[in-house]
Design a protein around this ligand. Structure first.
Ligand SMILES: Nc1ncnc2c1ncn2[C@@H]1O[C@H](COP(=O)(O)OP(=O)(O)OP(=O)(O)O)[C@@H](O)[C@H]1O
Length: 235
């Protein structure tokens, strides 16, 4: 049975001080386990939409549901909790702690989330084992597992960032331009290993980029301007 992971209904969003709405999206949804590419030019509102889905900013009521929660009805604290427990975020600049090892960067995710800690406890002997398992699955070498993040290559750091997002099996992974620092070979390989991990855990993947050449990798590819009436000239 499939369930809906992200559901937008007449989502309207305008930044304070802006003269017009940035987002006006009548309908858009992503099913649990789906892998979707969201494309859009610079400034089209991709990061803003991600920040609403991740609960960093709040929409009005009844406009956005994430994993069954009306994001407009949750307090900031409830949104933070939902994000910590259920949403893995892969940032363009990785956001790793440079002097911690790859393994420590990955297991750090559980410090902020009892739910992730519990899910790791259910499936693994100990936390380092789970972090190591994910890193190896994502293609890191055994010899790099305990090296500090700042000594790793860009491609290796990206794998650590992906493993951290996947740690504790969140239902949704949001990846914001995660391949912009990689060359074409590393990029395709990174997407493939990320897909394999998402498939294994039925994790939804929302992958944002301005690079349309990645579309063929995904089950569905959406151009933000096509669903956003605020920028499609229809408003
Ligand atoms: N915190 C903020 N306060 C006010 N305006 C903002 C804020 N963040 C973004 N904006 C504005 O919203 C618009 C869309 O920005 P956003 O970062 O969502 O676009 P984007 O598609 O992610 O761009 P890029 O691909 O360059 O990262 C821009 O005009 C930007 O100036």
């Amino acid at each position: 049975m499939t369930s809906t992971c992200i559901e937008l209904n007449n989502l309207e969003f305008q930044w304070p001080g802006a003269t017009r709405p940035l987002l006006s999206i009548p309908q858009f949804s992503v099913q649990q386990g789906e892998r979707v590419l969201l494309r859009g030019a610079s400034g089209s509102g991709k990061s803003t939409l991600l920040s609403l889905i991740a609960g960093i900013h709040a929409p009005a009521k009844n406009q956005l549901h994430v994993l069954g929660h009306d994001m407009g009805k949750l307090s900031q604290r409830q949104r933070d909790k939902l994000r910590a427990n259920e949403i893995g975020y892969i940032f363009q600049q990785f956001n790793l702690l440079p002097y911690l090892s790859a393994v420590a960067n990955v297991s750090l995710a559980e410090k902020f989330s009892p739910a992730r800690r519990r899910r790791v406890n259910e499936t693994s002997r100990n936390h380092n084992e789970r972090a190591k398992e994910l890193l190896l699955q994502l293609g890191l070498n055994e010899s790099d597992l305990f090296r500090p993040a700042h000594q790793l290559s860009v491609g290796q750091q990206q794998r650590v960032a992906a493993a951290r997002a996947l740690y504790g099996s969140p239902a949704l992974i949001i990846a914001d331009e995660p391949t912009s620092a990689l060359d074409a070979d590393h990029r395709d390989n990174f997407i493939q290993v990320l897909f394999n991990a998402c498939q294994q855990y039925n994790t939804t993947l929302l992958f944002v980029t301005h690079d349309g050449s990645l579309a063929h990798h995904f089950q569905r590819s959406i151009e933000l301007n096509e669903i956003n009436q605020a920028t499609s000239g229809r408003l």
